[in-house]
Design a protein around this ligand. Structure first.
Ligand SMILES: [Zn+2]
Length: 401
């Protein structure tokens, strides 16, 4: 066992323990005790980003006429925006949404690293279900088992079955994910009633956005035990308004947090958490932490033991605040000290390297600020390939080197 002393350990939402020795059970870690600067370490489970479009993590935000009365107008406007056109130099969607085609893997891997560098080792990539080898190519867990529809109004224009068929195939054992009520106009406001009418409001329904949902509609969501993914930065940018989050919390709706892609949303999950807190100071850090951890595990049906074993899956952050949960508001990319998924060290401080049984060729080493880090895989090669295609250096704010 590899043992680390930490200042605080968030064992669960109701249990925080001070000055703990924690253990990592993995052949990739040496048998050792590590006590380096233990008063600065906070232990958490890894974070979950419940809504992203990995292929869309270009920068800056796209769309020239934001805010819009509904997101469907952005879908059109996006097609002529400078950011989208620049991204298309790397990969243009032929219309069949095959993300293993041509240079699409470069883009989706970038999106995965966006999540990894912000402590999210699980992400939901909302789009057409891809071949299994797609999900195998990422260093983090990109949710494999889900049913989906783009939206009630546009249907599954990007691929997949009808929403009813998708729901049927889910057998209630995986999330059914759908953009809903992402706007303020009448068409958008009708979407919830249509969802209910089609019998698509079930316990496994994960509504993305829900901006125009009324209080009585939120009651129905609660009653169905369904979940809503809140993406505040994307909502304010695209629509100028967001979900009635305060009512959701009062009613006890299962709320999870998502970044959406960087073409509409925040730079990464840590920034999304800060954005939510800035807009709604009355929401506690603990509630936000719940949204990016336990609520996410529930909404995404992440009940596989390999992702829940705390000796194989953990995130060590920098302990900056007395209240364990408050720390989540102050984390930057370089504050992540160690991130482990299924026993595999993904990202962390270089000082951990001497305790690992790994092939250093499988990792990239870099300096960010005055800290030296390692990360699994070779994101620098992705950036190099993108630069060579563009003919200039593309800087992306979620990549820390
Ligand atoms: Zn989306």
């Amino acid at each position: 066992m590899f043992k680390i002393k930490v200042k605080q350990a968030i064992e669960s939402i109701d249990k925080v323990q001070a000055n703990q020795w924690i253990e990592i059970d993995s052949p990739l870690f040496k048998k050792a005790e590590y006590q380096w600067d233990s008063d600065k370490i906070l232990k958490s489970i890894p974070l979950i980003n419940s809504h992203d479009h990995l292929v869309g993590n270009w920068y800056p935000k796209s769309g020239t006429n934001a805010p819009y009365i509904n997101s469907h107008l952005w879908v059109e406007d996006n097609k002529v925006s400078a950011s989208f056109l620049e991204r298309n130099k790397i990969w243009t969607n032929s219309g069949n949404f095959d993300l293993l085609e041509a240079n699409a893997p470069l883009l989706v891997k970038l999106g995965a690293f966006k999540n990894l560098f912000s402590g999210a080792s699980v992400v939901q990539d909302h789009g057409v279900l891809q071949a299994q080898e797609y999900y195998d190519m990422f260093p983090i867990e990109v949710l494999r088992d889900y049913a989906q529809c783009h939206s009630i109004t546009l249907g599954n224009w990007w691929g997949g079955d009808s929403p009813e068929e998708e729901m049927r195939k889910s057998k209630g054992k995986m999330p059914f994910i759908i953009h809903l009520a992402e706007g303020l106009d009448d068409e958008t406001k009708k979407e919830f009633a249509l969802l209910q009418k089609a019998d698509l409001l079930q316990e496994n329904t994960l509504i993305i956005h829900g901006i125009s949902l009324t209080r009585s509609e939120l009651d129905a969501v609660r009653k169905a035990n369904a979940s809503i993914c809140w993406c505040p930065d994307s909502n304010y940018y695209l629509i100028g308004q967001t979900l009635d989050i305060i009512s959701c919390l009062e009613k006890g709706v299962n709320i999870v947090l998502g970044t959406d892609s960087t073409m509409t949303g925040s730079i990464n999950l840590l920034e999304e958490i800060r954005f939510a807190k800035k807009k709604f100071p009355e929401i506690s850090a603990k509630q936000l932490y719940q949204m990016v951890t336990v609520n996410g595990y529930r909404a995404l049906y992440l009940n596989g033991a390999d992702l829940l074993n705390p000796q194989k899956n953990l995130l060590l952050l920098t302990n900056k605040k007395e209240d364990a949960f408050d720390n989540i508001l102050y984390q930057e990319i370089d504050d992540i000290q160690l991130m482990v998924q299924r026993g595999v060290p993904l990202y962390g401080d270089i000082s951990f390297m001497e305790y690992l049984n790994v092939d250093e060729n499988d990792y990239y080493f870099f300096k960010t600020g005055n800290k030296e880090k390692f990360v699994v895989g070779h994101p620098e090669q992705i950036i190099d390939k993108i630069d060579s295609i563009l003919g200039y250096h593309k800087s992306l704010p979620y990549i820390p080197f």
